[in-house]
Ligand binder design. Structure first.
Ligand code: ADP
Ligand code: MG
Length: 238
C-alpha cells in the first residue's frame, strides 16, 4: 500500500463522506483506491454509492468469530473498492470497533490508497481509531471560527498518535466568503495551505439524492473541480 488517509472533522455534516468519495474517485485515476465507511455508528456512505441494500458490510467484519471474509464486504463502485457500513443500531452494538485495526491491515495489503471516512468528534476510543490507524488525516472544515477550532482539536489529537495533517479541505464555501482569508487561516492554524475550497453546491445535494458520488453525478461541476484539485494537492507518497 502507498498511504492510508482518514477523512475527519470535529462535527458531523461538514462533508466527510462527500469528500471521501470525491477524493477517492479523483485518486482512482492514478491509484487502486479503497474507501471504507469507518463511521460505524452513523454510517451513511452506502447512501452515496447505491449500496443501501448491501448484504455484507463492515459491521459483519467487526463481530467476534466473524464468518464473512473481508472480500465479501468489498464492492466495485465508480472505479473504486468500496466497503460500506450498515445502519442498524443492533449491528453497531454487536460490532467490536477495535477489530477495525485488523480489517484495515487486510484491506491495506490489497490496495494503493485507503481512505477512511471517519466519525465526527473525539468522544470515544472507537471514534478516533480511524485517525489513529491512518498515515495522514484530511481535516474537513467549514470556513467558520467554530469549525476551525474543532479542526484544530482533530489535528492535535491526530498528532498525539503520530498522524500528521495531509491538509485541510474547506467545504461549503459560500460565494460571499473571502477565499484569501480562508487560505490565510489554513496556513496560520494548520501550517500549510488549504487543499481546496469547495463551494456550497446544488450538484453535491443532487448527487446525494441520486445515490452517486459527486464526481460520477456531476463531473464538470465547480465543486468536482475543487475536489480534483484537492486530490492532486494531497501529494500521495509513492
Ligand atoms: P458528513 O459525512 O461529514 O456528516 P456529508 O458528506 O454526509 O457530511 O454531508 C452532509 C450533508 O451536506 C449532505 O446532505 C451533503 O449532500 C451536504 N453537503 C456536503 N457538502 C456540500 C456542498 N459542498 N454543497 C452542498 N451540500 C453539501
Ligand atoms: Mg458521513
Amino acid at each position: 500500500m502507498v498511504e492510508a488517509f482518514a477523512v475527519a472533522s470535529g462535527k458531523g455534516g461538514t462533508g466527510k463522506t462527500t469528500s471521501t468519495l470525491a477524493l477517492g474517485m479523483a485518486l482512482a485515476e492514478r491509484y487502486d483506491v479503497t474507501v471504507v465507511d469507518a463511521d460505524t455508528g452513523m454510517a451513511n456512505l452506502l447512501f452515496h454509492t447505491g449500496l443501501d441494500d448491501a448484504d455484507v458490510t463492515l459491521h459483519d467484519l467487526l463481530v467476534e468469530g466473524r464468518e464473512a471474509s473481508v472480500d465479501d464486504a468489498v464492492y466495485d463502485r465508480f472505479g473504486m473498492s468500496v466497503v460500506p457500513c450498515g445502519t442498524s443500531l443492533a449491528a453497531f452494538e454487536a460490532a467490536d470497533p477495535g477489530r477495525l485495526r485488523e480489517v484495515v491491515a487486510e484491506l491495506a495489503a490489497g490496495t494503493d490508497v485507503l481512505l477512511l471516512d471517519s466519525p465526527a468528534a473525539l468522544g470515544s476510543k472507537s471514534a478516533v481509531l480511524p485517525v489513529v490507524l491512518a498515515d495522514r488525516v484530511v481535516v474537513v472544515l467549514q470556513p467558520t471560527v467554530p469549525s476551525l477550532s474543532d479542526g484544530l482539536k482533530v489535528q492535535e489529537y491526530a498528532r498525539s498518535y503520530g498522524t500528521e495533517t495531509a491538509g485541510v479541505l474547506f467545504n461549503r464555501v459560500r460565494p460571499d466568503e473571502d477565499v484569501e482569508r480562508i487560505a490565510e487561516q489554513a496556513s496560520r492554524y494548520f501550517g500549510g495551505s488549504a487543499l481546496a475550497s469547495v463551494p456550497e453546491s446544488d450538484a453535491v445535494r443532487a448527487a446525494r439524492r441520486a445515490g452517486e458520488p459527486l464526481l460520477a453525478h456531476a463531473p464538470t461541476a465547480p465543486a468536482a473541480d475543487a475536489f480534483r484539485e484537492a486530490a492532486a494537492t494531497l501529494d500521495v507518497r509513492e
